[in-house]
Design a protein around this ligand. Structure first.
Ligand code: ZN
Ligand code: ZN
Length: 889
């Protein structure tokens, strides 16, 4: 073993076994409100990738930190193990999804153990096990009783050759062909199960404002997804068909509504299509809601604009969607871009009815809308008695005045369609009876377990004949099981509750304990696809709370979205072939190196580039740490030295230990692992410099510094620090259970002191460099006189336009003559950037304590002098926070 290396394989295995033996990560059921730290559970897809390693290092480091701070911690892990990829992998390997999934789980669990992630494995959950998914079925039935489950017709992708429904992911290419047989995919209407998330749209939207521990970007994505729109409903009377309701956020523009449009599947459109070949052709062949251009066809009917009484043409148009709003809209081409494009194509009138706000009493200037719509609010014009009102006033007045109009709030959010025509998911617990219709499977018959996998091109559950045929629970007649399974997002919408009591077999979770342990204090995961998961989890929590099973209405108090791990600026991905194998890094450098490298590379929520050089450098650092501790622990010279009998260098080291502990602790609280570990690494550097400078280290100081460095690194590099802690403390308990250290340090003061020392060293370096001094004989560091500190303090506070004048009025400054006016001018020039520095005595103390660093670097004695002790020529250059330097050759 080289001086700077260590046997990471042996060290890591030894402590993983010790932790397991000590049950170090178990959360007892009687723990009181433990800190709940959770990483999004993985899909068991084969092996851990770097994204997993980053995700779980973040939660593990935070969980370890909280545990050392004295918290009870709940840090569980499980498997989001249903889903299409397992089904595909099984087909490719002529195996079955279950065996493939269980193999993946074994591999990934082993890798997590090798990474040293401290999970309470007694709480492991696996969603593809009947012990878990029976509670999906149970919750589905509870939701059904609450009126939150509906069965309704929905469009699905259908391959006519395979005679099966395809998931969106199974439809490929621009032409939308089947992934298996290349046949063009058709749309079919099938009855599908939905969960009533829209009943919670308002609460899901408004409660986002209180999620202060969530990133703003995620909160905004959720708001947009829910898509709250406030507006009005209003009826247009359609010739021969009576009143038809439309929704608009811009009732202020109703005088400019020059056409009316219906969705292709609006009941009136369907009625017209049955009678008219052209309309049927349009509805069946032409209409393309996803297309770039708005298409439509004239019906020959008119509708009465309820504000103007005018008749406007009625179209069937494909940009009107029946599942958003009412399936009908009033077209205002002057003030809506899409309506404008449509009106231009169809030759409909375009009338401006809102003008930009004008200044003062000037008449509003009517905008030219012939080339494009004017979409901003403004002042209403061309609108009869409403002319002159602001858009907001007009909306209010028109909604009140028009008989059929009423205020209405609408959401973009749709109900959650959970039916999947796949095998590897939770069977929907329903039996279809010819006489009784869909009937819920009785609670005592749960779980409905998956039958053996059938390798078929169609839906395997449909092909599982024996499983499928059963009897109706209501009437006893022959009946068939529902062959759809649940969207796997159902599994992950409540899994965080199951960890609380994973083995409970008469309820999904222990209510009392969940009330105590929830919500999750810190949730961490990738956010690329997390909007839906997070929304579904919030919905499930609220729905469960409304069933009186939970006192909490939000599942996650704090959310961190981890950044990507990149290689040369690109996201690592299997398909691009630019991945780095965590296994290789663990084998070559150890788990501690991988973990520490990742955490120091960047803040957890930002992307960073993988660097082999960085990994090596982290590995070398851990080797140096080991060497520093071992050479001290193995040599008890200086033991028992008086703690107060310390030289200035030791005093400096002590203050740096306090500073490192205080700064790192603050950063750990904030999940700023990059800054926290940097403190620890710099502290180790300081200890090594100190050891090199003195013949014999001041043992109590050095030991305290080593212990601090070990503890600060323990959350991130747990194995080596555990080993070194055992050596340093001669086996006095496990580090994983040890108490965090505290330090009394004023962070602002620390910052000023470090800046001062850094500036001073930098200045000495520059002078030596510029003057070409090869072998300095002595370095004098001259601190600024007290009056300059006073002047600076005045300048920082002052808002007088003439700062020089203000300063020179003070006798204690003025009496320093031209030195005073020069300094006052300097302060005036740098006014914007001025900030307070250490007080004069503190500045001198700090420099005396740090003098050894300069002595060591330049191999010359250093004197710290007051301005009075130095030559005027030198002393005049000294400023607060920036001492003057005089170097003798
Ligand atoms: Zn096909
Ligand atoms: Zn029946």
């Amino acid at each position: 073993m080289s001086e700077e290396g260590y046997d990471h394989t042996a060290v890591e295995r030894r402590w993983q076994e010790a932790w397991a033996e000590a049950d170090a990560y178990r959360t007892p059921d009687d723990a009181e409100d433990p800190t709940y730290v959770l990483g999004m559970f993985p899909y068991p897809s084969g092996k851990l990738h770097m994204g997993h390693v980053r995700n779980y290092t973040i939660t593990d480091a935070y969980a370890r930190y909280r545990r050392m701070r004295g918290d009870d911690v709940l840090h569980p892990m499980g498997w989001d193990s249903f889903g299409l990829p397992a089904e595909n992998a099984a087909k490719e390997r002529d195996s079955n999804p279950r065996d493939w999934t269980m193999d993946c789980i074994d591999t990934m669990r082993g890798q997590m153990e090798a990474m040293g992630f401290g999970y309470d494995w007694d709480r492991e959950i696996t969603t593809c096990e009947p012990e878990y998914y029976r509670w999906n079925q149970w919750l589905f039935q509870q939701f059904h009783e609450e009126g939150l489950v509906e069965r309704r017709a929905a469009e699905v992708n259908w391959c006519p050759s395979c005679e099966t429904v395809l998931a969106d992911e199974q439809v490929e290419g621009e032409d939308e062909h089947c992934w298996r047989c290349d046949t063009l995919v058709e749309q079919r209407e099938l009855d599908q199960w939905t969960l009533g998330i829209t009943a919670y749209a308002d609460e899901l939207r408004s409660a986002i404002d209180d999620l202060e521990g969530w990133p703003d970007s995620v909160r905004e994505m959720q708001r947009n997804w829910i898509g709250k729109q406030e507006g009005s409903r209003v009826e247009f009377r359609v010739e021969n068909h009576g009143p038809v309701e439309a929704f608009t956020t811009r009732l202020d523009t109703i005088y400019g509504a020059t056409f009316f449009a219906l969705a292709p599947d609006h009941p009136i459109s369907e009625e017209l299509a049955a009678e008219d070949d052209d309309i049927r052709h349009f509805v069946e062949e032409v209409a393309d809601p996803d297309g770039d251009e708005p298409n439509g066809i004239e019906t020959g009917l008119t509708a009465t604009n309820p504000a103007t009484g005018e008749e406007v043409p009625v179209f069937v148009a494909d940009f009107v969607l029946s599942d958003v709003g009412t399936g009908a809209l009033m077209g205002v081409p002057g003030h809506d871009e899409r309506d404008h494009a449509f009106a231009e194509r169809m030759g409909v009138d375009i009338v401006p009815v809102v003008a930009p706000e004008s200044d003062g009493d000037a008449e509003p200037e009517i905008p030219d809308v012939s080339e494009g719509a004017s979409t901003e609010d403004g002042v209403v014009v061309n609108s009869g008695e409403y002319d002159g009102l602001s858009s907001a006033e007009a909306r209010e007045a028109l909604t009140t005045d028009i008989d059929s109009a009423a205020f209405h709030t609408q959401y973009r959010l749709r109900d959650w369609l959970i039916s999947r025509q796949r095998y590897w998911g939770t069977p929907i617990p329903v039996i279809h009876c010819d006489d009784c219709g869909p009937v819920m499977v009785p609670e005592e018959d749960l779980p409905v377990e998956l039958p053996e996998f059938v390798n078929t091109t169609g839906n395997p559950l449909d092909a599982a004949t024996e499983w499928k045929h059963t009897t109706c629970p209501d009437c006893g007649a022959d009946a068939v099981r529902e062959t759809d399974t649940m969207d796997t997002f159902v599994d992950s919408s409540w899994y965080f509750l199951r960890y609380v009591s994973p083995d409970l077999d008469d309820a999904p979770f222990d209510v009392e304990r969940a009330n105590d342990w929830m919500p999750v204090d810190q949730y961490v995961g990738g956010l690329e696809h997390a909007v839906m998961h997070l929304l579904y989890a919030r919905f499930a929590t609220k729905a469960i709370a409304d069933m009186d099973m939970l006192e909490h209405r939000e599942p996650f108090t704090n959310l961190l979205g981890q950044g990507m791990v990149q290689l040369e600026g690109e996201k690592m991905s299997k398909s691009k072939g630019n991945t780095v194998s965590p296994q290789r890094i663990v084998d070559e450098y150890g788990a501690d190196t991988a973990r520490l490298f990742m955490m120091q590379a960047a803040r957890p929520d930002t992307a960073f580039d993988w660097s082999e050089e960085g990994v090596k450098s982290t590995h070398r650092f851990l080797g140096r740490l080991a060497e520093t501790v071992r050479s001290f622990a193995g040599n008890d010279a200086g033991a028992g030295a008086d703690p107060d009998d310390a030289d200035p260098a030791a005093r400096y080291v002590r203050s740096e230990v306090d500073a490192a502990v205080a700064v790192a602790t603050e950063n750990f609280d904030d999940l700023g692992f990059d800054l926290a570990t940097r403190e620890a690494q710099q502290l180790v550097g300081t200890l090594r410099s100190y050891r090199a400078y003195v013949d014999e280290v001041h043992a109590p100081t050095f030991e305290r510094g080593l212990e601090a460095a070990i503890k600060l690194l323990a959350p991130v590099a747990p194995h080596l620090t555990e080993e070194l802690y055992a050596e340093l403390t001669a086996g006095d308990g496990l580090l994983v259970d040890a108490d965090w250290q505290t330090a009394d340090a004023d962070l602002e003061e620390v910052d000023k002191r470090r800046q001062l020392v850094e500036n001073t060293r930098e200045d000495v370096r520059n002078i030596v460099d510029v003057a070409g001094i090869e072998d300095p004989e002595r370095v004098d560091v001259v601190v600024a006189p007290e009056w300059k500190h006073e002047a600076l303090a005045i300048a920082v506070d002052s808002d007088a336009p003439n700062l020089v004048g203000e300063l020179m009025q003070k006798p204690e400054i003025q009496r320093h003559g031209s030195a005073a006016s020069d300094y006052a001018k300097d302060l005036q020039a740098e006014r914007e950037a001025l900030r307070l520095t250490l007080a004069p005595e503190r500045e001198r103390e700090a420099l005396e304590a740090a003098a050894w660093l300069i002595e060591r670097e330049f191999e010359a004695p250093v004197r710290v002098l007051s301005a009075e002790e130095a030559d005027d020529a030198v002393a005049n250059k000294a400023e607060p926070g920036r001492p003057a330097i005089d170097i003798a050759e």
